[in-house]
Design a protein around this ligand. Structure first.
Ligand SMILES: C[S@@+](CC[C@H](N)C(=O)[O-])C[C@H]1O[C@@H](n2cnc3c(N)ncnc32)[C@H](O)[C@@H]1O
Length: 268
């Protein structure tokens, strides 16, 4: 899709064109790095959800001629970049984590600018983004070394304290930041987590109820329960029908079989 004239007036859009970055997002990573010094002492880096590749371009420039490895992952195919190993893969899959760690033992830094296609419904977008963040953290827990750093895009909701508390169980320092180049009108922010220190007994797993989990255990289907009095007329009825009001024997809501056997078991 062509860019609107509003996009073309945007300073970071023009700067990206001038400086050869594939997207204006490059400046978000550059500015976060200016503020938090992400790159010092780093050798192995993973760029999750990397296409079209402006963050990987920043990394490729920064680490040019240095003894380090950069692995970029995206669902979409990415045009090659000097010094960057590109993997086409889904970050919710264990196979992608295995692909990444083929290239080095553990990463010092994992960054993720992943975003789903937004719907414009903020609650929905925030929820889907949170699922992607969960996937990004999950894969990070497989590839990040102790002491490492994780940076990821989030959609800022009303209350960030739960997310910060959750991340704090795995990282010693957690910050929420919004670089200058991130549009004011966007609910996007970034979570920066430093000093990865998972609990001693923590074993990373892809078996997660929201991702790969197979629901094989016994379950109960609750019957549909209507609100209000089941013997009453329909709430929408505002005028008599041709035959006039008729009293019809109320129909009990069906109890479906799994629920019935559940009740029978409890009664016995
Ligand atoms: C905003 S773009 C990333 C821009 C990139 N950081 C850059 O600077 O060019 C978001 C990317 O997330 C990717 N993505 C979304 N879900 C993904 C998933 N499950 N696995 C891998 N990539 C995913 C999309 O394909 C898209 O390319």
């Amino acid at each position: 899709m062509g860019k609107s004239s509003k996009d073309k007036r945007d300073i970071y859009y023009r700067l990206a064109k001038e400086q050869g970055y594939r997207a204006r997002s490059a400046y978000k990573l550059l500015q976060i790095n200016q503020e938090f010094d992400l790159f010092t002492g780093v050798k192995n880096i993973v760029d999750l959800c990397a296409a079209p590749g402006s963050w990987s371009q920043v990394l490729s420039k920064e680490f040019k001629d240095k003894d380090c490895k950069i692995v970029a992952v995206d669902l979409q195919e990415m045009a090659p970049l000097e010094g960057v190993i590109c993997i086409q893969g889904d970050i919710t899959k264990e196979s992608t984590a295995n692909e990444i760690i083929k290239h080095f033992d553990k990463a010092d830094l994992v960054i993720c600018d992943g975003a789903p296609d937004v719907t414009g419904l903020h609650d929905m977008d925030e929820y889907i983004q949170a699922q992607l963040l969960l996937a990004a953290f999950n894969i990070t827990s497989h590839v990040l070394k102790r002491g490492g750093t994780f940076l990821a895009k989030i959609f800022r909701g009303k209350d960030m304290s739960l997310l910060v508390a959750q991340m704090n169980t795995f990282f010693k320092e957690v910050y929420i930041c919004k670089p200058r180049s991130s549009r004011d009108s966007s609910i996007e922010s970034f979570i920066l987590c430093r000093d990865y220190s998972p609990p001693e007994d923590y074993r990373p797993t892809f078996i997660d109820p929201l991702l790969d989990y197979k629901y094989t255990t016994e379950y109960v289907l609750a019957p549909f329960v209507a609100c209000g009095d089941i013997n009453d007329y329909d709430a929408d009825q505002t005028y008599p029908t041709e035959e006039g009001y008729k009293f019809i024997e109320p129909i009990q809501p069906p109890i479906n079989p799994p629920y019935k056997s559940f009740l029978d078991k409890r009664r016995n």
